[in-house]
Every structure is written in structure tokens, then in C-alpha cells.
Design a binder for this molecule. Structure first.
Ligand SMILES: NC(=O)c1ccc[n+]([C@@H]2O[C@H](COP(=O)([O-])OP(=O)(O)OC[C@H]3O[C@@H](n4cnc5c(N)ncnc54)[C@H](O)[C@@H]3O)[C@@H](O)[C@H]2O)c1
Length: 397
């Protein structure tokens, strides 16, 4: 992911919007850090310093902020020493591996006044900006239900073995954190959580991944969850995220559904980073993509950096995956840098990163507790049976 972030800095540079420069790169694995430095130089023309100890990097006066792209169980370990020194941190999703890990980062930022942002790229997609515009303009009336399903998978190891281990932030959390953020982006804060985590695939296999991967990984962490959430607005959310089983459509395509229902209409959003069409249905009439824009009476504009990267009023696109990825990451990095320079909050701050994690892990906690839980119970760690062992191992409890 760090290498994908480097391409985003290059994207900002090419767009004449470079507000941050990669001064140093750090990885515990020196070879990975060297590779990142080489790629940074090739792409941006600037060779960064190379570190294999994040504390050493953080202490360098030239470094004002950290862009943390390590695996989730290490986010707080890397970010907190920086935040304590008053250095700002943009931390990849899921913000932390447990609610306590998230809370420790939020508290460190509060103490020093440094900015903590969560790197959430999906909501920056123009389709999600349009969907949010439709909801905020009242075109659906008051939303009463959101259905968010992503269903499909297989028994392959998902990118890295850590994505199947409970203590390192398994794929259920890793994937669903994006979608929980979309839910809170569309509908506002979570209020109550009911659900259950599942391990659909107990053994993950290497299949076509590189030989350096183990042949098999025994899954100890959830790859899936089924939940019902109630938002503070009163809206209900049916949320299903399944990353296993063999019931896929041909070409391993997942079933995806993201829709919001209000009494006046319904909104149907495409899967993130696809460039596909947002559909609005009202009074038996269907309006699609850019045709929705004139219906937003208060007007609809993407923000300046999104317009610069995608174009004015572009709410559908047909671009290579690498380019889409770099643009969306560039928007989140630009927001973080602007927040630092102007002293405003970043769009997705530490608390929003924490609430997305709390919605997912709270669903697992609810399954163990056998009842619905309030967000307060989850965010305060009053209910933490699922997370307690992880927190103990990480020294957070
Ligand atoms: N937003 C997205 O679309 C998206 C996509 C993929 C991954 N991610 C997120 O990015 C993060 C990284 O995922 P990944 O797949 O690149 O993981 P990875 O395991 O491939 O890479 C993590 C790297 O961090 C290094 N590292 C670990 N601890 C460190 C420490 N204390 N100091 C310095 N380096 C350390 C490791 O050596 C490794 O090179 C995760 O939080 C993941 O959820 C986000």
C-alpha cells in the first residue's frame, strides 16, 4: 500500500497540486524501504531518506507528518510516537486493530494537538460524492434503510497471510472498514449494532500467489460479517460482507448492492472505483449519473482537487485501475495536507476511523454477547470480549 501511496504523491505533483513531499521512507524490512525510495525517486524526481526504524524517522526535524501504510496491528505502534511529538499522521484504514488501539491514537493526537486522519479512499470516489449529494439534497426524503451487501469469495489467501489472523486485523475488518465508512458518510453516526462475525473459510490456500507465501494459512480471524445497524438518525442498515464460499458468479465476480431507501425515492450506488453509474429512482422514473446533477437544486460540485484530477462534474469515468487508485489516494493525501496547513479537521479524522472499526468489531462483540450493543458500549470498550485477547497481546489492556 505504501507503494500505491507513492503513486498518489506523483499524481498530485503532475496535477500541480503537490502539497506534501516524501522526505523519507521507512520499513522494518530495509529492502522494502530501499525499493520505495527508488520508486519515489523515479516517479517524483526526489530521493527520500531511507529508514528501517520508524522512531529514528519520526525524530528527524524535517519530517512534519507520517503517512502510515503498515499492517493494521502496527498502526498505533508507528503513529503514537509521532503524534506525541506533535507530528501529524495519516493512517491507513482500518485505523487500528481494536477499538483500544484506535482510542490510543485519538488520545495521543488530542494531547499534542497533532492532526490524526484516517486514509479512507472509497468515499472520495465521485460516485460516492454524488450519492451523498443526492441524500443531502433530500431527493430521497428521510432515509429509513440502507442495504449494503458484498458477497463472494473463495479460499485464496487474500493478498497477505496477516489478513487471516485475528490479532493482525483479518480481512473481515480490513475490507468491511471501507464500507462501514461509506455507511457513516452517507447516513451519519452509528447508534446501535447487532450482528455476528464469521470465518467462512477456515483454511486459506496459496493457489496462484508467489512461492514466498505459505501453502496454507489457518484462519483465526473473521473473513465475514452479517449485521444490522441503527444509525443515530433512526435509519437502519442491513450490512453483509462475505469474503468466502464458492457461490460466486462466473469470473469470481462478487454480488454487490449499495442502496439507500427513503419515502420519496431510492438511490443505487455502484461498487467503488468502478466509474459506474449512480441511479436515482423516484416516482417510477429512473435518472442516471450526470442526469441527476440538475435535480440537486442547491447545486452539486466536486471539491477543487477532485475536479482537478477527474474533471468538472465527472461522476462516471472509464480509466485504468491504477489511475483511479492513484487519484483517490491523492485526494485523501491532499485533504490531510490541507488540514495541516489550514488547521482545519481532515475529512476523515481519527474519531471517524475509530467509529468504522467500532461498527465492525462491535458486530463481532454483539455476536458473542448475544444482544445488540450501543456504540457507547463499544467505543468505551465496556464490551470487549472479542478484542480483549488482542489488546492484551498488544499491551493495550
Ligand atoms: N485503502 C485501500 O484501498 C487499501 C488497500 C490495501 C491495503 N490497505 C491498507 O494498507 C495497510 C498495509 O497493507 P499492505 O497490504 O500494504 O500490508 P503489507 O503487509 O504488504 O505491508 C506492510 C509493510 O509494513 C511494514 N511494517 C510493519 N511494521 C512496521 C513498523 N513498525 N515500521 C515500519 N514498517 C513496518 C512491513 O515490513 C511491510 O513491508 C493496511 O492497513 C491495509 O488495510 C488499504
Amino acid at each position: 500500500m505504501g507503494r500505491r501511496h507513492i503513486r498518489a504523491y506523483k499524481e498530485l505533483q503532475d496535477a500541480g497540486a503537490a502539497t506534501a513531499r516524501i522526505v523519507g521512507v521507512c520499513d522494518l524490512r530495509r529492502d522494502a524501504a530501499e525499493l520505495a525510495a527508488k520508486e519515489t525517486e523515479e516517479l517524483t524526481g526526489w530521493r527520500p531518506l531511507v529508514f528501517s526504524d520508524p522512531v529514528e524517522a519520526v525524530n528527524l526535524p524535517d519530517i512534519g507528518a507520517l503517512d502510515v501504510t503498515t499492517d493494521p496491528a502496527t498502526h498505533h505502534v508507528v503513529a503514537i510516537p509521532a503524534l506525541e511529538l506533535g507530528k501529524h499522521a495519516l493512517v491507513e484504514k482500518p485505523l487500528g486493530v481494536t477499538v483500544r488501539a484506535c482510542r490510543a491514537m485519538v488520545d495521543a493526537a488530542d494531547r499534542s494537538g497533532a492532526i490524526l486522519a484516517t486514509a479512507e479512499n472509497y468515499r472520495r470516489d465521485p460516485a460516492n460524492r454524488l450519492a451523498k449529494g443526492v441524500i443531502d439534497a433530500g431527493l430521497l426524503g428521510e432515509p429509513f434503510l440502507m442495504i449494503h451487501n458484498i458477497i463472494g469469495g473463495d479460499d485464496r489467501i487474500r493478498i497477505t497471510p496477516w489478513r487471516h489472523r485475528k490479532e493482525s486485523g483479518a480481512i473481515g475488518l480490513d475490507l468491511a472498514a471501507h464500507f462501514a465508512d461509506i455507511v457513516q458518510y452517507y447516513l451519519g453516526p452509528f447508534d446501535q449494532v447487532y450482528g455476528q462475525g464469521l470465518i467462512v473459510e477456515p483454511i486459506r490456500r496459496r493457489r496462484d500467489l508467489p512461492d514466498s507465501f505459505p501453502d496454507e494459512v489457518e484462519a483465526t480471524g473473521e473473513d465475514s460479517l452479517v449485521a444490522m445497524w441503527r444509525m443515530r438518525s433512526g435509519a437502519l442498515v442491513q450490512f453483509v460482507c462475505i469474503d468466502g464460499g464458492r457461490g460466486n458468479r462466473p469470473n469470481r465476480e462478487r454480488d454487490f448492492q449499495r442502496c439507500v431507501l427513503g419515502r420519496e425515492g431510492s438511490l443505487h450506488a455502484p461498487i467503488d472505483r468502478s466509474g459506474s453509474t449512480v441511479v436515482l429512482r423516484r416516482n417510477e422514473r429512473e435518472t442516471r449519473g450526470p442526469d441527476i446533477l440538475p435535480l440537486i437544486s442547491s447545486g452539486f460540485r466536486l471539491n477543487e482537487i477532485t475536479e482537478r484530477l477527474f474533471g468538472r462534474d465527472i461522476v462516471e469515468y472509464d480509466l485504468p485501475n491504477e489511475s483511479i487508485d492513484a487519484k483517490l489516494l491523492a485526494i485523501e493525501i491532499h485533504d490531510f495536507a490541507e488540514a495541516i496547513m489550514s488547521g482545519r479537521e481532515p475529512e476523515v479524522d481519527g474519531r471517524l476511523g475509530m467509529s468504522a472499526v467500532a461498527a465492525i468489531l462491535g458486530s463481532y462483540e454483539s455476536g458473542l454477547a448475544g444482544r445488540s450493543l450501543t456504540m457507547d458500549e463499544i467505543v468505551s470498550s465496556e464490551v470487549d470480549a472479542y478484542q480483549a485477547g488482542i489488546d492484551e497481546k498488544l499491551g493495550l489492556r
